[in-house]
Design a protein around this ligand. Sequence first.
Ligand code: SF4
Ligand code: SF4
Length: 385
Amino acid sequence: MTEQIKPDLNFINSVINAGGESLKKCYQCSTCTVVCNVTPDDKPFPRKEMVQAQWGMKDKLFGNPDIWLCHQCSDCTAYCPRGAKPGEVLGAIRKLSIEEFSVPGFLARMVNQPKFLLVLLAAPVLLYTLIIASQGFFTDGVPTENGKIVFGKFLFSLYYVDTVFTAAALFAVFSLYLGVTKYWRAMAAANGGVSSGDFGKALSDTFMDILGHNRFKKCEVTKDRATAHMLVFYSFIGLFITTILAFARVIPEYIHHLHLSEGIDVHMLDWLAYIYKPIGNVSAAALVLGIFLMMSNRFKNQGKAGLGSYYDWLFISLVAGVGISGLLAQFLRMANTVAAYPTYVAHLCLVFFLFAYAPFSKMAHMAYRTTALVYSRQTGRDTGN
Ligand code: SF4
Ligand code: SF4
């Protein structure tokens, strides 16, 4: 019996509105599939996804690991004879799949619509304004220690910063976990169940693949993306290490503050600053350089690969904002100017936005793509070659 397909018009319109407006131009010539360097030979993409999107086959697309095997290199977009931009269409489908699997879903829909930008930004701004006000910052004048600006002592107590970011990070990790678990189940349902393949090997091979950026290196039209992405990726790792070491440095202070050990030397781990500060500064500089390379690549290749959607640019702008405001806050503090305080607050608000809303923005691609790559390796769909 032949399967009857009823086009899901709402879904087709969602793909179009999410950045896949060229979808209907596709006449299924398969050029895109031929030029794609990362697709497996068996049931290759992206032509089949273009057909599925034209027919509004939402469940097939959302349970499809291939939408995340695509690394948006845009080779297919550059060679498509109809200007259907398959790379951009797959990007739009990925964005919708994050909305589909995210918990809570309404936050994902808000994060990806420009009209909610100010509302979302208002949350950290309000939170930090209240914290600063509670510290007497607005009433007691601009505080300094021996004429020097010290963020951790006057603007916020470290406890407030750590509490806010720990809560935001736990929320983001839990929400991402729920999202990728739903995606894994959707892939299993759409592809005949869970594979009995070696999960551990699939996971370790995937990590090696990601660390080496092997797939990015296969891009032809946007070759420079590998370098830019690698700079941003490794700078995030550097900043993560910086955060862990900075937190470790204040553990004795917490122990003292919570009266767990009154005699503890609260400065015993201060030497960690000599390690994490250079790592943090180098990582922040690499982050800014990487993100500017990404921006310049997008403008340089916009004719062949498209400029990207709000979803892409929100992420790029946030990462740029975090890197620039972090470096600027540090320079202004070293110059001992009062402007260091608002710059530091702006930096913290951007960091909050980037991480608390990470499960719903393009940042979530790290988790969803890794999940799809592991699933594809475990099922034998993808060998990484
Ligand atoms: S997206 Fe373009 S290259 Fe791919 S099948 Fe459609 S028309 Fe052909
Ligand atoms: S954007 Fe690149 S990876 Fe994605 S389908 Fe097109 S050619 Fe393949």
